[in-house]
Design a protein around this ligand. Structure first.
Ligand code: ARG
Length: 461
């Protein structure tokens, strides 16, 4: 009988297929550093509480550090047949230290061990993602500063609506990203409690010091309930929610970029390094990066559904179902990082075609609201002004004209309030310049929000 850890209770070897089925080392192996970090804190606590001798504690810590160094350097390879990373490292420690190594798992279970490892691992990953989101927001702000005067159409229902600037449009995404950072920080706040010491589910009879391990590992405090300590995966769900929403933002942005580089829009041109050609159509330049980001958003949403569905029927406390948490949350984390890393250079290298943005804004009666507002400013109630402008637009359409080219007598036929100055009031530049309300697209209003965003980002970064 092979020397598995639970050999005492069992009289048969586990079936080879079941062994492979059970094993999670192929995906939880990536947590080796955090597993060792958790074990070192645990061993230190066991030593200082007198649960194991100081000498054994030091030997275990030394052995764990050696194992870490050896895995880092490649001298020690993870055994693909091990059940999981926790079993592998403990077995390796015992191989190296003999019976001293067998003392590490005193007053601990894999249930609290895996819970602490995953929290430590994800806390680090969040820090990495957060830095990338900050970098993306900073890149957008930088581009926005160059385009406070770049007029483009703003849309509702994908119909040209009112004129805005490219900077105004980009800044909308900056605010979404700043909220994403807030959500990540919030997730960390609730995640940062230490489950170690919960044991299998019911704590332990040893006189442990959970505050000590919590402090050593940089947690806010130990989790107050040992059942919750091992059964909780809210932090995975919460993080995945934040990542899904972050991906939703990237996906909407991607969708716009895909449209903008179509011939129908041609507002931007992607750098050759961030587009691909077609195997058959020589004229093609495809925005694959943005399409993949849009596609991967579905995948991250899928990870969220996996986590929620996996948890929804689980009785307290630990159930093996929960091993499925890792592939889902790792997939989400990996893909979000990949997407942002590719998105940033793609954005910073794309060429903005100002003339096309402007000429698109000059079409489509985008200044109709301003024409109505002109009458309102001369005393007419808005609803009446709205109606008259609608009639003017209909006239223009039937005569193939625009509001700019419609002769003054046609205006005056509908209202005596119209004068020569209407042409200035409805010019594209006036329409943008005068939209100075807080948060609006006028260059000065956008510069104000850029300053505000920069300050917030500076405090967050
Ligand atoms: N590999 C397991 C997981 O990821 C570790 C915890 C195992 N605990 C247990 N009682 N079988 O969830």
């Amino acid at each position: 009988m092979a020397n598995v850890m639970w050999a005492g209770r069992f009289s048969k070897q586990v079936d080879a297929e079941v062994n492979a089925f059970n094993s999670s080392i192929a995906f939880d192996g990536r947590m080796y550093r955090h597993d060792i970090q958790g074990s070192i804190a645990h061993a230190e606590m066991l030593g200082s509480c007198g649960i194991i001798s100081e000498e054994d504690s030091l030997a275990i810590i030394g052995g764990l550090k050696d194992i870490l160094g050896d895995i880092d350097s490649g001298a020690l390879r993870l055994d693909p047949n091990a059940e999981d990373i926790h079993m592998f490292i403990e077995a390796e420690l015992t191989k190296r230290l003999g019976s001293v190594g067998k003392r590490l798992h005193t007053a601990r279970s894999r249930n609290d061990q895996v819970a602490v490892d995953l929290r430590l691992y994800l806390r680090d990953e969040i820090a990495g993602i957060r830095a990338l989101v900050c970098e993306l927001a900073a890149a957008l702000i930088k581009t926005a500063k160059e385009h406070t005067e770049t007029i483009m159409p703003g849309y509702t229902h994908l119909q040209r609506a009112q004129p805005i600037t490219f900077a105004h449009h980009l800044m909308a995404y900056v605010w979404m990203l700043l909220r994403d950072i807030g959500r990540l920080d919030d997730a960390v706040k609730r995640m940062n409690y230490c489950p170690l010491g919960s044991g299998a589910l019911a704590g332990t009879t040893y006189r442990t010091n959970r505050r000590q391990t919590s402090d050593l590992l940089g947690f806010t405090a130990p989790m107050p309930n040992s059942l919750d300590g091992v059964a909780d995966r809210d932090y995975c769900v919460e993080l995945c929610c934040a990542l899904s929403l972050l991906m939703t933002h990237l996906s909407r942005f991607s969708e716009e970029i895909i449209m903008w580089c179509s011939w129908e829009f041609k507002f931007i041109e992607l750098d050759d390094a961030f587009a691909t050609g077609s195997s058959i159509m020589p004229q093609k330049k495809n925005p694959d990066v943005t399409e993949l980001i849009r596609g991967k958003t579905g995948r991250v949403n899928g990870d969220l559904v996996t986590l929620l569905t996996m948890m929804k029927g689980l009785p307290l406390a630990y159930n093996k179902d929960m091993q499925e948490d890792k592939e889902a949350i790792f997939d989400a984390v990996d893909n979000v990082k990949l997407c942002i890393r590719t998105f940033i250079p793609m954005l910073t290298t794309m060429r903005v075609i100002r003339e096309n943005m402007r000429s698109a804004a000059a079409k489509g009666f985008i200044n109709a609201t301003d024409c109505a507002d002109y009458l309102v400013k001369k005393g007419m109630p808005f609803r009446d002004a709205y109606k008259i402008t609608g009639t003017l637009v209909a006239q223009c359409i039937s005569e193939g004209l625009t509001l700019e080219s419609l002769p003054l007598e046609k205006y005056r036929a509908l209202s005596e309030l119209f004068d020569e100055d209407v042409y200035d009031a409805i010019s594209l530049d006036t329409c943008v310049r005068e939209r100075k309300s807080e948060g609006g697209p006028s260059p000065e209003a956008v510069k104000a929000q850029i300053a505000q965003a920069e300050q917030i980002l500076g405090e967050l970064a």
